[in-house]
Design a protein around this ligand. Structure first.
Ligand SMILES: Nc1ncnc2c1ncn2[C@@H]1O[C@H](COP(=O)(O)OP(=O)(O)OP(=O)(O)O)[C@@H](O)[C@H]1O
Ligand SMILES: [Mg+2]
Length: 331
C-alpha cells in the first residue's frame, strides 16, 4: 500500500515557484526524508500534503485520499509536527496531552495509557506535572511530538523536528521516531541535516529550488556517486594559502573544492586524476600539509555533486575514515 503519492505537485506564490512538479511515492511503513537547503520547498510540500495549503497544480494522495477533494479524510489520518510548536504554556505536559487527546474523542483510559507510554519513551514522565512554560525547547518538542501522535495517525509529518535542539533531545526524538515507525506509523520528515536523513530514513528525496533532484535510499545515493568516478579527499593544513586554494580550484581533475574550516578542505577528485596527481599539485605547499585522507561519500557530497552547490552543514565531517588502515598520508 502507498501512504503518499504526489504527482506533479506544484506551488506558486506570486513570483516564487516554491515547489515545482514534485512527484514521489512513500510506501506504507517507511521513513521518508525530504532533504534540502533553506527555501528549497520542503515545508511547502509538507503543507500541501497535510492539507494546510492548496497546490497550484498537481495532485497528491495521503492514505489513498485526495488532499484537495477529500481533505477532511486526509486530516483524520495524519499527525503534523510543523515549525510551530502547538502547546499551552500554562498547562502541564500531562494536561496538554489530555486536552489534545480529548479533541479526538479518545476513550479516557486508553488516552491515559498512551500518554504514559509516550512520555516514558521520550524520558519526560517525571516532568508530566510541570507546566510547559518551565520547559526547555527540547523538552517542549518532546511533548509536541507526542501531541501529534495521540490519535494514532497512519502518517506522521515532521517538519524539521530537531531544528535547534540540543544533541541529547535530538537523539531522544530520533529514537522516538524510530519506535513510532516500528509500531507501524509511516513517517515523512524534512531536514537539512544530512546525518539525520542518513541515520533514520529508508528513502530520501533531495530537493533544491523546488525540484526533486534525486530519489533513492541513502545507501544507493552514496554508492552512485562513488561509481560516478568521484573520489572524496580531505586535506588538513597547518596553514591554508590563498594561492594554493586558487591552484586547486583551477586544476582540471578536481571537480569541487569545499572549504570546511580554516584548516580543512574537502575535494571531489575525478577518479582518473587520482591521489598521486593531487600530491604533485600540492607539492609546493607540502610543508603546510598535515594529513590527507580518503573518505566515504556522505549525503553532503551527493548533494554537491547533484546541485553544484553546498548545503552549508557541518555534518559531512562525520564520515571521516582514515586512509587504508595505515593512517593518513603524511607529507
Ligand atoms: N506563504 C508564502 N508566501 C510567499 N512565499 C512563500 C510562502 N511560503 C514559502 N514561500 C517561499 O517559498 C520557497 C520555499 O519555502 P519553504 O518554506 O517551503 O522552504 P523550506 O525548504 O521549508 O525552507 P527552510 O529550510 O528554510 O524551512 C521560499 O522561497 C519561500 O520564501
Ligand atoms: Mg521549512
Amino acid at each position: 500500500m502507498e501512504a503518499i503519492r504526489a504527482e506533479g505537485l506544484t506551488k506558486q506564490f506570486k513570483d516564487v515557484l516554491a515547489v515545482d512538479q514534485v512527484s514521489f511515492v512513500v510506501k506504507e511503513g517507511e521513513i521518508f526524508g525530504f532533504l534540502g537547503p533553506n527555501g528549497a520547498g520542503k515545508s511547502t510540500t509538507i503543507r500541501m500534503l497535510a492539507t494546510l495549503t492548496l497546490p497550484t497544480k498537481g495532485t497528491a494522495y495521503v492514505n489513498g485520499k485526495d488532499v484537495v477533494k477529500e481533505s477532511d479524510e486526509v486530516r483524520k489520518s495524519i499527525g503534523l509536527v510543523s515549525e510551530k510548536m502547538i502547546l499551552y504554556d500554562r498547562l502541564t505536559a500531562y494536561e496538554n496531552l489530555r486536552l489534545f487527546g480529548n479533541l479526538y474523542h479518545l476513550p479516557s483510559k486508553r488516552l491515559n495509557e498512551k500518554i504514559e507510554e509516550f512520555l516514558k519513551l521520550v524520558d519526560m514522565w517525571r516532568w508530566k506535572d510541570h507546566r510547559v512554560e518551565t520547559f526547555s525547547t527540547g523538552m517542549k518538542q518532546r511533548v509536541n511530538v507526542i501531541r501529534a501522535l495521540l490519535h494514532s495517525p497512519k502518517v506522521l509529518f515532521l517538519d524539521e523536528p530537531t531544528l535547534g535542539l540540543d544533541p541529547q533531545t535530538t537523539r531522544a526524538i530520533r529514537e522516538f521516531i524510530l519506535k513510532v515507525n516500528d509500531m507501524g506509523t509511516t513517517v515523512i520528515l524534512t531536514t537539512h541535516i544530512m546525518s539525520e536523513a542518513d541515520a533514520v530514513c529508508q528513502e530520501i528525496g533531495i530537493i533544491d529550488h523546488g525540484k526533486i533532484v534525486a530519489l533513492d535510499t541513502p545507501r544507493n545515493l552514496k554508492k552512485n556517486i562513488k561509481s560516478d568516478d568521484v573520489e572524496i579527499i580531505e586535506v588538513e593544513f597547518i596553514t591554508l594559502f590563498t594561492d594554493m586554494l586558487n591552484t586547486l580550484q583551477n586544476t582540471h581533475g578536481i571537480d569541487k573544492v569545499i572549504q570546511l574550516d580554516a584548516n580543512n578542505l574537502r575535494l571531489h577528485l575525478k577518479k582518473d586524476f587520482g591521489l598521486r596527481s593531487l600530491m604533485k599539485v600540492l607539492s609546493p605547499w607540502s610543508d603546510g600539509i598535515r594529513a590527507l585522507n580518503t573518505l566515504e561519500p556522505t549525503l553532503e557530497d551527493v548533494f554537491i555533486k547533484l546541485t553544484g552547490h553546498e548545503m552549508r552543514d557541518q555534518a559531512s565531517k562525520k564520515a571521516k575514515k582514515s586512509f587504508a588502515g595505515a593512517g593518513a598520508h603524511r607529507f
